[in-house]
Design a protein around this ligand. Structure first.
Ligand SMILES: [Zn+2]
Length: 331
């Protein structure tokens, strides 16, 4: 009897252990190999294909894109963020029927030490649909950010599968209705899946696959917007990770308070910043195909998209796994 009860205790202990694995630190560059250029490319080609019809909010093409994302997370064993699944319903009625019922897509990796603290990694997956039988493919805007978030999720999951679970929880959020006025992120922040007070930061990617006019001669860059506006630590950790691993030129031109383009207010991170959640927006600037049917996947610079995705991953890794939660220290 004694040996049996000991065995039982051992099993119980093992089970508890598998339910609450411990947090261990490691170097993130061990997992960066899971961000593959080939996968970024094939996923982007699918999102920006004829079949997705320009992913207009609430329309058939966007539903296909949502299902495509769901399938990816399911295949990679990355859990849904909601009990009912990966889709957060965004009813058309909420926005005076500017569009049909639609959904944000949300996947989740639970933290093991501070599971209640949430880091949001986002990109919008809607675009402009089709007009006069011309499809607006939105390869850069924002299939590029969408695939960057997917591969980042995959790298975090591969780390967890090797025993390196995240300290905090990570929410991979694919937002709808951005082109209609940042509506999916507005809906999320008004109906958050996890409390906003416990939301540590939002890393947002919107257009990360192209090179703008200003950088044609030295394309190894990314614009950073918002990173120092609420938390100085967020800005410096992105800089540190970049210096250590990705060596991109970090261009702050559009971060200037008086920048006439006002990009800080023009993508989904702004809805998080409004709630005093530190944000960083990764962006390639505009180009001649911006919001035109000619924003196609053949024009994406995939090796650059990969490097920018790596910077997203390395930055997120630090926000998720650093000891102290980021603090808001800028007025
Ligand atoms: Zn966009």
């Amino acid at each position: 009897m004694r040996s049996i009860s000991l065995l039982f205790l051992c099993l119980l202990f093992l089970q508890c252990n598998t339910q609450r694995p411990a947090f261990k630190t490691t170097r993130p560059d061990r997992f960066v190999k899971f961000i593959k250029e080939k996968e970024l490319k094939s996923n982007l080609y699918q999102l920006a294909s004829d079949a997705m019809e320009g992913r207009e909010t609430g329309e058939e093409g966007q539903k296909k894109a949502a299902k495509f994302l769901e399938k990816f997370y399911r295949q990679n064993n990355i859990a849904p963020a909601l009990e009912e699944g990966y889709f957060q319903a965004v009813p058309g009625s909420y926005f005076e029927h500017k569009f049909k019922d639609t959904e944000n897509v949300a996947a989740f990796i639970k933290g093991v030490e501070k599971p209640e603290e949430i880091v949001v990694i986002s990109a919008h997956y809607d675009h402009l649909g089709a007009k006069n039988e011309q499809i607006y493919y939105g390869a850069d805007d924002d299939a590029s950010g969408t695939v960057a978030v997917m591969q980042t999720a995959k790298a975090f999951k591969k780390a967890a599968q090797r025993g390196f679970y995240p300290r905090r929880s990570v929410l991979f959020l694919h937002l709808t209705g951005e082109e209609k006025g940042l509506l999916g992120s507005r809906y999320y922040t008004e109906n958050p899946i996890f409390p906003l007070e416990q939301t540590v930061a939002n890393l947002n990617t919107d257009m990360v696959g192209r090179v703008d006019q200003a950088h044609h001669k030295s394309p190894n860059y990314v614009y950073l917007i918002g990173s120092n506006r609420l938390s100085t630590a967020l800005d410096s950790l992105v800089q540190q990770q970049n210096k250590k691993y990705t060596a991109l030129e970090l261009d702050y031109t559009y971060n200037a308070e008086d920048d006439p383009n006002r990009f800080y207010y023009r993508s989904d991170h702004y809805n998080f910043a409004k709630h005093k959640i530190p944000v960083v927006f990764f962006f390639n600037g505009v180009h001649e195909d911006y919001h035109k049917p000619t924003d196609t996947p053949d024009k994406i610079n995939y090796s650059l998209l990969k490097t920018r995705t790596e910077l997203l991953f390395y930055s997120a890794w630090e926000v998720v796994n650093r000891e102290d939660r980021l603090v808001v220290d800028v007025e």
